[in-house]
Design a protein around this ligand. Structure first.
Ligand SMILES: [Zn+2]
Length: 245
């Protein structure tokens, strides 16, 4: 290994630190998003409940109106009862009167049921509203905590990125491109150290995918500064620190 591979090894270590801090930043931002979603879903539940109350009110208003019409009908039937000329007419009006009264009492029961529903839904609304208030407070606190943390992480990222950029300048364009590409594929892991299987002097494997590596690759890495990639996973192969000494 020569200056290029050694610089890549150093770049990998900087890349690892950069990814760690970036992951921390993403995680702390995700906390805010999770809590925002919680508030939103509670607000949606509240809206749905309010909509439900509105519909129930429309329904009960309609029944109230129906009740009023029937009450008028009852008054009319009562008046007709007094002016009935024959027993037959009287009996017929009385039947209508009783039917209407019975219907009315059914409607009254329905209205009472609906009012009970509305009351229950309003209590539910209040409960949800309290949950929203609590959750919003939590969210505000999380936002404040996150802002402070995010500022810290962003500063760290800028610092490590500067380090990364300056190290990258030591590496020729082509190997640097390969490094970037493989890093994208393996979540930052562009390099794989060659591992020496225990007890076997000349049995080597890729530290990234554990496939066998030919001894000649190891010999090449010991003598040259070439980019050799694992035939299986395409990671850039380097000697493990013990092999380099
Ligand atoms: Zn491999």
């Amino acid at each position: 290994m020569g200056p290029v591979l050694n610089a890549l090894v150093e770049l990998q270590s900087i890349e690892n630190r950069l990814r760690v801090v970036k992951a921390k930043l993403a995680r702390c931002r995700r906390n805010v998003i999770i809590q925002e979603n919680l508030v939103r879903s509670l607000q949606n539940a509240l809206e749905a409940k309010k909509e439900e109350i509105l519909l129930t009110k429309v329904q009960s208003d309609r029944l109230e109106l129906e009740l009023k019409t029937r009450d008028e009908e009852i008054a009319k039937l009562r008046a007709r009862l007094n002016t009935a000329k024959t027993n037959k007419e009287y009996a017929s009006i009385l039947t209508s009167l009783n039917t209407t009264k019975a219907d009315n009492s059914k409607v009254e029961t329905q209205i009472l049921e609906l009012l009970k529903d509305i009351e229950a839904d309003e209590a539910e609304c209040e409960k949800i509203q309290n949950q929203i208030d609590d959750q919003k407070q939590k969210l505000e606190q999380t936002r404040k905590d996150t802002e402070a943390l995010a500022t810290k992480y962003q500063a760290e990222i800028v610092e490590i990125q500067t380090e990364w950029d300056s190290k990258a300048k030591e590496i020729p364009a082509e190997p640097l491109q390969i490094f970037k590409r493989v890093a994208e594929t393996y979540d930052g892991e562009a390099l794989a150290a060659i591992q020496n299987q225990e007890g076997k002097i000349e049995a080597y494997t890729c530290g990234g995918c554990f496939m066998n590596i030919a001894t000649e690759c190891v010999n090449l890495l010991m003598t040259k500064d070439d980019i050799i990639r694992c035939a299986n996973c395409t990671r850039i192969l380097v000697l493990a620190s013990a092999q380099r000494e």
